[in-house]
Design a protein around this ligand. Structure first.
Ligand code: AP5
Ligand code: MG
Length: 209
């Protein structure tokens, strides 16, 4: 099973990927997390990437694809792609890569969320530096991960202005990817404006069809 999870910033791709990873024993590939890990490593490439993604822009297709192919090649597990492909060019390269690696995309799941919900969701998001858990906090006093005690942080691209910019880029560059898959027979849409548990139930049902 190789699944693509699509959706605007804050739609719940990371939250649902974690559930899919655990339930179906998949490899979760979040291109955002891959880029943030490169930044955290302090490498020259990481510094270059930080200058791009902290402003809410997309890194180049070439850079993204080279990083991704290495990860895909090195796993035998089914994959949940989170945040990739983000442009039609990336979708075309992914098709080509999967063909070469004799793998297939099983489903493309679009999680729909009304845009008025996005800023609120993202401003309450924290991620754990240690275990990577995505959390929805109810008070700014919450500084420690309830699961592992790791430090919680706010992503630099999560300010309201950057989120607005990310939404513009989503409309311009990523929504055309929906048209790319819509007639493939693999494309499904899920209502993301429900509890995470209900969204997950709906995704599981769509995968069984
Ligand atoms: P990325 O990290 O992928 O960010 P994104 O697409 O903007 O999406 P988010 O991670 O913000 O949201 P999400 O859908 O994962 O929601 P989450 O589950 O966290 O990419 C970041 C940047 O990296 C890009 O802007 C770009 O610069 C670069 N990049 C990445 N991939 C790239 C690519 N392929 N090519 C080029 N550049 C690339 O949930 C959000 C919040 O809502 C959380 O607080 C969560 O607890 C809460 N929540 C989740 N589900 C629910 C629910 N059902 N009900 C209530 N709250 C919920
Ligand atoms: Mg995410």
């Amino acid at each position: 099973m190789n699944i693509i999870l699509m959706g605007c910033p804050g739609a719940g791709k990371g939250t649902q990927s974690a559930k899919l990873q655990e339930y179906f024993q998949l490899k979760h590939i979040s291109t955002g997390d891959v880029l943030r890990a490169e930044i955290a490593s302090g490498s020259a490439l990481g510094k270059q990437i930080a200058g791009i993604i902290d402003k809410g822009n997309l890194v180049s297709d070439e850079m993204m694809i080279a990083m991704l192919e290495n990860i895909v090649k090195n796993t035998n597990k089914g994959i949940v792609f989170d945040g990739f492909p983000r442009t039609v060019a990336q979708a075309e390269v992914l098709d080509d890569m999967m063909r070469r690696l004799q793998r297939k995309i099983t489903k493309v799941v679009m999680i729909n969320l009304p845009e008025k919900e996005v800023v609120g969701r993202i401003s309450s998001r924290r991620q754990c530096k240690k275990c990577g858990e995505i959390l929805h906090i109810t008070s700014a006093q919450e500084k420690v991960c309830p699961h592992c005690g790791g430090e919680l942080y706010t992503r630099p691209d999560d300010t309201p202005a950057r989120v607005k910019h990310r939404l513009e880029i989503y409309h311009k560059d990523t929504l055309p990817v929906k048209n790319y898959y819509q007639n493939s027979g693999k494309y499904v849409e899920i209502n993301g404006d429900q509890s995470p548990e209900k969204v997950f139930e709906d995704i599981k049902i769509s995968l069984s069809k």
